[in-house]
Design a protein around this ligand. Structure first.
Ligand SMILES: [Zn+2]
Length: 257
């Protein structure tokens, strides 16, 4: 099946990318980037992140997990009221290629309900795992799929200097950058700490706010030409099984809808 999907993806290259492409960044000469924060909202770290962003007049995009958003509706509202964009990151963070089409659409719809009425029609697949069918489901529901072209690797226990250095070396005008204000499912306990991420974001904004605009993904998409890829990322079963609170058998995701 996987080979078939890969072959289909290759053939899709004759179809315009704007139909199936996944947006990774924007081609622009303007000094602007989009910071994105996945897996929240988190009752401890999201409010602190919102304070940091506000201090630097920076806007960002939060790809929220529906289950967390439902627990903390005040934080969804607060982030939106501060001018940040809210995107859909599924109901409870399964790897979409492992689900049926019905389950995938139920995941997106359940999250949409939890983040309404603040959300934009943008979706980021959990773990960035995506195959052709899951891409089509997002298209069917009217979502733009947004991944990234720079990652903070903040799901591991790197310190703030390391995270900042990594982003500085990878960032360019038009970049979409992946951070996490929470880890909905995580590996070892020491990875949960968001202090290094918060500190790294603060340092980045301190250094760059004067010469770089930090804006939401929808705003960034208007600054130039969105760049798209046939993004295919297979589920890594070993990674999933290494996550805490994961099910004995990875296919047994909770069903919603
Ligand atoms: Zn995630």
């Amino acid at each position: 099946m996987t080979e078939l999907l890969r072959a289909t993806y290759r053939r899709l290259k004759s179809i315009p990318l704007f139909v199936f492409g996944t947006i990774t960044h924007v081609s622009t000469s303007k000094p602007a980037v989009a910071l994105t924060f996945d897996d929240g909202p988190d009752p401890v770290f999201t409010p602190r992140l919102l304070d940091i962003l506000q201090q630097h007049h920076a806007k960002a995009t939060f790809f929220m997990v529906g289950q967390a958003a439902e627990r903390h509706p005040d934080l969804v509202k607060k982030a939106a009221a501060a001018g940040h964009a809210i995107g859909n990151h599924s109901w409870d963070h399964p790897s979409f290629p492992l689900l049926t089409g019905h389950e995938r659409r139920a995941q997106i719809r359940a999250c949409a309900k939890a983040i309404a009425p603040y959300a934009q029609q943008i979706f980021r697949p959990p773990y960035a795992d995506q195959n052709l069918l899951s891409r089509l489901d997002a298209l069917w529901l009217g979502y733009q799929v947004i991944t990234y072209n720079a990652t903070a690797m903040d799901w591991l226990d790197h310190d703030a200097d390391w995270i900042k250095g990594r982003i500085m070396s990878r960032m360019q005008n038009g970049s979409i950058i992946l951070f996490h204000d929470s880890l909905f499912r995580h590996g070892e306990d020491r990875y949960v700490d968001r202090e290094p991420m918060l500190k790294a974001v603060d340092m980045l904004l301190n250094e760059l706010s004067g010469r770089l605009s930090f804006m939401t993904v929808p705003e960034l998409l208007r600054q130039g030409r969105p760049q798209r890829q046939y993004w295919h990322k297979q589920t890594d079963i070993d990674v999933l099984n290494g996550l805490k609170g994961q099910y004995g058998e990875v296919r047994r995701y909770s069903k919603v809808g």
